[in-house]
Design a protein around this ligand. Structure first.
Ligand code: SF4
Ligand code: SF4
Length: 381
C-alpha cells in the first residue's frame, strides 16, 4: 500500500489540513448506512476515516473523491466526526501533489478555467453578462437595493441562463433596483474549495470581496445554494460580512411586502427537491414550499426523501465536474421518487441539481419537467 507520507506523518498532515475530528470515530458504520452512494454502489466513508486514523490513506485511490459533501453523515454521526472536513483534508493532500485519479481528472481542467477565466465552465470572462443582453439589467451601482450574483452556471450554461433571465424578469416586475457585476464577477469558489484547492478558493474569494467592496455592495442576491453557502459561512473568514439572500428567501420578502403578485394559475402537480446546500447545510426548507403553496392552481406533493432527509443530486463537492456512470447516478432515484408521487414537475433551486436531473438516464414515458422555482414564478406574475 503506497502512502504519500507513512503512518504518523500523514495523520499530522490530515490534522494540519483541518480534518482533526476523524480521531473521534468509533467505527459504528452509520455514515455508510445513510450515504446516498450505498444506494447505487459500495462506498465506505467509515473506511476512509479508518485509513486516515492509521495514516494509511492512499491519495491515488478514487474513493476520496466520491463524497458529494451532501451533509447527511456529519448530521448523524454519534461521535461528532465531520466527515466532510476529513475528506476535504485528504483531497488537499491530493491537490497539493496534483494527484487527481480516475473520474477526478477533470478537476484539472476546471482549475485551468477558473484560473484563466474566473469560471468553472470555460466561458470567456468577457461574455459573463451575455445572458443579460435585452433583459433590462444594469451594472450594479452603490445606490441600488441589491446586487444580483448569478454565478457561473447561470451566466454560461444554455439551460441555466433561462433561470437568470427569469430572475431578472421577476426583479423588474417587482420594481427592484438591482444590478450585476458582469465580467467583474468571479466564481464564488465554493466547490473548488471542496476539491481541496484552498489556494484557488482564496484567490477567487479575494477577487470577489475586493469587487464587492469597490462597488459598495451591502446585500447580495444569489440563485445558487453554493454561492449562498460560501458567501454566508466561508467569506467571513476574510473578516467581511455581506448580507446574502437566496432567491427563495427574496421571493418570500417580495411577496410579503406586496411587491410581487401572482396573477396567473399553474395547474400542475409539483414536487420540491431540497438542494443539500440550501437545506441540510443552511436550514432553508420552508421558504421554497411557502412560495409554491401560494401559487394558484399548483398542487405540491412531498417525495419520500424530503427536507433533512433530501436525497443528494450528486453534484456537490466538485462531483458536478466529474462523470458519473449512468447506473450510479442518484438523479435516477430522485426522478423515480418524483414520478411516484404523481408530479409533473420536479422543482428545485440549484443549478447543480437542475444539471444532474436533466442528465438523468431515466427513461420517462410521461412528459416531465425539471424547473427552478424562479421559472415557475415567472409564468404566473
Ligand atoms: S458515523 Fe461517525 S463514528 Fe460512526 S463510523 Fe462514521 S465517522 Fe465513525
Ligand atoms: S457527506 Fe454525504 S456523500 Fe459524503 S460520505 Fe457523508 S453521506 Fe456520503
Amino acid at each position: 500500500m503506497e502512502t504519500v507520507a507513512p503512518y504518523k506523518e500523514i495523520i499530522d498532515v490530515i490534522k494540519e489540513k483541518g480534518g482533526d475530528t476523524f480521531k473521534y470515530c468509533y467505527q459504528c458504520g452509520l455514515c455508510d448506512v445513510v450515504c446516498p452512494w450505498n444506494r447505487v454502489r459500495d462506498f465506505s466513508m467509515r473506511k476512509i476515516v479508518r485509513q486516515g486514523t492509521f495514516g494509511l490513506t492512499e491519495i491515488e485511490q478514487e474513493e476520496i473523491w466520491r463524497c458529494t459533501t451532501c451533509g447527511t453523515c456529519p448530521s448523524r454521526c454519534p461521535r461528532g466526526v465531520n466527515q466532510i472536513e476529513a475528506g476535504v483534508a485528504l483531497r488537499k493532500i491530493g491537490a497539493e501533489y496534483d494527484v487527481y485519479p480516475g473520474q477526478a481528472a477533470t478537476v484539472r481542467n476546471v482549475v485551468a478555467n477558473l484560473t484563466s477565466e474566473g469560471n468553472s465552465i470555460g466561458g470567456e470572462r468577457g461574455k459573463r453578462a451575455d445572458w443579460a443582453k435585452d433583459q433590462q439589467v444594469k451594472s450594479f451601482t452603490e445606490s441600488m437595493e441589491i446586487l444580483y450574483f448569478p454565478g457561473c452556471y447561470l451566466s454560461y450554461d444554455p439551460r441555466l441562463k433561462k433561470v437568470a433571465v427569469a430572475t431578472a424578469a421577476i426583479l423588474n416586475k417587482a420594481g427592484v433596483k438591482f444590478g450585476i457585476l458582469g465580467e467583474k464577477e468571479s466564481c464564488c469558489g465554493e466547490s473548488i474549495r471542496k476539491t481541496g484547492n484552498e489556494d484557488l478558493f482564496r484567490k477567487l474569494a479575494k477577487e470577489n470581496i475586493k469587487t464587492f467592496i469597490d462597488a459598495g455592495v451591502k446585500r447580495v442576491l444569489v440563485s445558487s445554494p453554493h454561492c449562498y453557502h460560501t458567501f454566508k459561512n466561508e467569506y467571513p473568514e476574510f473578516m467581511v460580512h455581506f448580507e446574502v439572500v437566496h432567491m427563495n428567501q427574496y421571493l418570500v420578502e417580495l411577496i410579503d411586502a406586496g411587491r410581487l403578485k401572482f396573477v396567473g394559475e399553474y395547474n400542475k402537480t409539483i414536487t420540491y427537491h431540497d438542494p443539500c446546500y440550501l437545506g441540510r447545510h443552511n436550514g432553508i426548507y420552508d421558504e421554497p414550499r411557502d412560495i409554491l403553496k401560494k401559487i394558484p392552481g399548483l398542487v405540491l406533493r412531498e417525495m419520500v426523501d424530503n427536507r433533512e432527509n433530501s436525497l443528494c443530486c450528486g453534484g456537490g463537492g466538485g462531483r458536478i465536474w466529474m462523470e458519473t456512470p449512468k447506473e450510479e447516478r442518484f438523479s435516477d432515484i430522485r426522478l423515480a421518487q418524483a414520478v411516484d408521487v404523481g408530479a409533473e414537475v420536479l422543482a428545485t433551486s440549484c443549478p447543480y441539481c437542475i444539471t444532474n436531473f436533466t442528465d438523468s438516464s431515466l427513461d420517462l414515458t410521461e412528459p416531465f419537467e425539471i424547473k427552478d422555482i424562479t421559472e415557475i414564478v415567472q409564468e404566473v406574475i
